[in-house]
Write a protein that binds this ligand. Sequence first.
Ligand code: PGA
Ligand code: ZN
Length: 435
Amino acid sequence: MNIEMASIKSVKAREILDSRGNPTLEVEVMLVGGTIGVASVPSGVSTGKYEAVELRDGDSSRYNGLGVLRAVGNVNNDIAAEIIGMSALEQQVIDQKLIEFDGTANKSRLGANAILGVSLAIAKAAANFSGIPLYRYLGGAKAHPLPVPMLNILNGGKHALGSTDFQEFMIVPLGAANFAQAIQMGSEIYHFLYKVLKDRGLNTNIGDEGGFAPQLSCNKEAIELILAATDLAGYKAGEDCFLALDPAASSFYQNGKYVLSREGITLTAEEMVDYYANWVSNYPIISIEDGLAEDDWVGWVLLMAKLGREIQVVGDDLYVTNIERLERGIAEKTSNSILIKLNQIGTLSETLAVVKRAQKAGWRTIISHRSGETEDTTIADLSVAVDAGFIKAGAPCRGERLAKYNRLLRIEEELESNARYPGKEAFYNLVKVKS
Ligand code: PGA
Ligand code: ZN
């Protein structure tokens, strides 16, 4: 292998569309030896307020102001000149250079979308140059545990207006023997959910992440519907398949209170914690993400104290894949798990550092998509590379969601007898989930 051939020859960004039809970036890196790496950038809508900045044009004459031509220009005119000639095999050096070149704490000068597109395209080019798949390039020879999928089969909140207050109701096939069986279980329950909704005269339209988005009178009804579907599919809830929630509570946090408009109630943090505790004792829920708002650190401590021994308490908007916020969470014991989103922080190296730090603290990690996605499958490889334990990539429906699950099916096949599906072992507390 001639290492000089791994030098970056060109970097080119373009504007493409994401799964909501909004503009995003695709970046193509070419190495001197001709190897290419292509990556595209996702986009959230229930974004945390401390996320790195997604640079949008704000030019209302194009795409309602959502164009990304400035970010594209920043890649093609500025970033390219900075990194051409550097070795694609030096991911950390390049990411550090991008961070310094941007020069702001939240990547607002060049745009975290511009920077992430380049960072990921470099990694893909380097993996291609090395002649190995991305999960192996990032994770080394030990990269063979598949993640447990968390499939968001009922969408509410900002992903499906008019549905539930809570944003995501997920099923978690911990009892499957392998990843392929987990996906089969997820898909079967998903299709039985369609039948349950149809039989009850409820709407079967789908939300941004491919889950159904019926109009329900209360949040609990979503759980009851999913349990009915699980039963019809022939699986045992609490043994084969479990439930996980992402209420995305920042989206219904107003003036220090939690406003559940579907149910006409307003709760304090303490009451909200009791609400969840009641659900956890009645239903096979193993994970609650963003149960409280991104600034309610005190509330999170309460939530952890009450439920942290039983379930995964997951911070998404709370940490925004940011090492400083994670350190605060570890110190204050605000959760026992973290959601990982590449575009919340903006480079691959910073993301890997956050995963490593969380794992060192004994936390569980969930590699996550965004509600606005593309056909890019980086997160599938990443989840295997870091032995994340879990991946969250939406319902088993819609091409941009299935691209990730299908990639993992291929990886499982490629790993043959080395493939390992952790199942119940992925969950941090085997006492609650008996293996
Ligand atoms: P987003 O939501 O991608 O719309 O921000 C996903 C999540 O909250 O986990
Ligand atoms: Zn979330």
